[in-house]
Design a protein around this ligand. Structure first.
Ligand SMILES: [Zn+2]
Length: 79
């Protein structure tokens, strides 16, 4: 293996650039899908403590999952 070459034939500088772009795209995707979900949760769930906690936790989990998935998909596309 040639030093400085990462998996997929990209050098480490190009790979880092790709990862940064993928991260930015995935953040937008995550925000764009989480906002409607948060709005829906706010409107549909009753305003008691437990429901709010459930809403906050599911929104956070959704944000993390969607950004993870979007980052992976974006990396595939950008390569
Ligand atoms: Zn390069």
């Amino acid at each position: 293996m040639i030093p400085g070459l990462a998996v997929g034939g990209l050098c480490s500088a190009c790979w880092a650039k790709l990862v940064r772009r993928a991260r930015r795209i995935s953040q937008w995707v995550a925000v764009g899908t989480t906002l409607p979900l948060a709005l829906y949760m706010t409107l549909s769930l009753p305003h008691d403590r437990t429901s709010r906690l459930v809403a906050v936790v599911s929104v956070l989990v959704w944000y993390m999952l969607s950004s993870l998935i979007a980052r992976r998909v974006a990396l595939e596309w950008l390569q």
